[in-house]
Design a protein around this ligand. Structure first.
Ligand code: TYM
Length: 327
């Protein structure tokens, strides 16, 4: 079986963008592959954070993975920080990554503009840790949203460079972007991606938002002064709502557009809101039940972390040997 690896940061309750761009695709792929889904907590400390909150959010995120339908018996669902091999491989790969490459990363540029008082080395080498995450497990496919495209390219470049020096050590991973919805936009500024760190909470929907909150946020979504429901780049707000509806109801874009023909923005928003509420309902229900089952989640964290460690060490051992570190 081919291997899938992916991860999310625990910097807040994940958004509808994370769900559509990543989590939902993970669920649709998870039976056909050997999958590892990580809560990438080491990545989360590259920006200032509250320790207690990080602990809680990490656990909530891991619980959400399971609530969304991933199976900790078949998949490996674990905390990145519980497998020290990630940090070890990241260090080694740092020595095979050029400053120039990292300087070109657009997410680094964006994040350092936003966090001017804390442009730390971890933020800069963030993509190398991400490459280590992926390469440790001989990953074939990495399902992510479009914003991770450049990071994936870098992971491939680092792996290729390493292999050119030492022989076939790493599998070269392929990205997987869902058909629609690899980029869900902010409801308030539809030319920007939906992000959980948006100061305006109306810009994003959290997957744990209550139905009335979801309906309200969609109702307030920015569209345009026109009245026509058309799927077009020059109507980013409407296009985004159509994308969301398409994914949440499993209808292709053409049929969505036909469905809304002759209707107004009010109808569009109402139905989009309802599609989100319905689409997220099973996840929300399971999340509540699972969160209450402390012993079960603890057991998953322990057993899945051990399984990840075992696999990670196979690659790490090989890498250390290749570069000449004493066995
Ligand atoms: P993160 O935590 O920012 O986002 C998690 C996943 O959600 C996708 N995503 C979106 N998709 C569509 N529309 C949006 N508005 C949107 N916002 C986020 C992201 O593309 C991502 O797939 N660096 C990664 C985490 C990571 C990782 C990895 C991913 C660390 N190591 C190894 C894959 C493999 C990140 O910050 O994702």
């Amino acid at each position: 079986k081919k291997v899938i690896f992916s991860g999310m940061q625990a910097t807040g309750i994940i958004t509808l963008g994370n769900y559509i761009g990543a989590l939902k695709n993970w669920v649709s792929l998870h039976e056909a592959y050997d999958c590892l889904f990580s809560v990438v907590d080491l990545h989360s400390i590259t920006i200032r954070h509250d320790p207690a909150q990080l602990r809680k959010r990490s656990r909530d995120l891991l619980t959400l993975y399971i609530a969304a339908g991933l199976d900790p018996e078949k998949n490996i669902i674990y905390y990145q920080s519980h497998v020290p091999a990630h940090a070890e491989l990241a260090w080694i790969l740092n020595c095979y990554t050029y400053m120039g490459e990292l300087n070109r990363m657009t997410q680094y540029k964006e994040k350092s503009e936003k966090n001017e008082d804390n442009i730390n080395a971890g933020l800069f080498t963030y993509p190398v840790l991400m490459a280590a995450d992926i390469l440790l497990y001989q990953t074939d496919v990495v399902p992510v949203g479009n914003d991770q495209r450049q990071h994936l390219e870098l992971a491939r470049d680092i792996a290729t460079r390493f292999n050119n020096i030492y022989g076939e050590v790493f599998k070269i991973p392929e990205p997987y972007f869902g058909e629609v919805g690899a980029r869900i936009m902010s409801l308030q500024e539809p030319t920007k991606k939906m992000s959980k760190s948006d100061e305006n909470v109306n810009g994003f929907i959290s997957v744990l938002d209550e139905p009335d909150v979801i309906m309200k946020k969609v109702k307030r979504a920015v569209t345009d002064s026109d009245r026509e429901i058309r799927y077009s780049e020059d109507k980013p707000g409407v296009k985004n709502l159509i994308d969301i509806y398409s994914v949440m109801t499993g209808t292709d874009i053409e049929n969505v557009v036909n469905h809304f023909e002759g209707k107004g923005y009010g109808d569009l928003k109402k139905e989009v809101g309802e599609s989100i509420v319905e689409g997220l309902r099973p996840l929300q229900t399971r999340f509540k039940a699972l969160s209450a089952d402390k012993a079960y989640i603890d057991e998953v964290i322990k057993s899945n972390g051990d399984r990840a460690s075992y696999l990670a060490h196979k690659t790490l051992r090989k890498v250390k040997k290749k570069v000449g570190l004493p066995q």
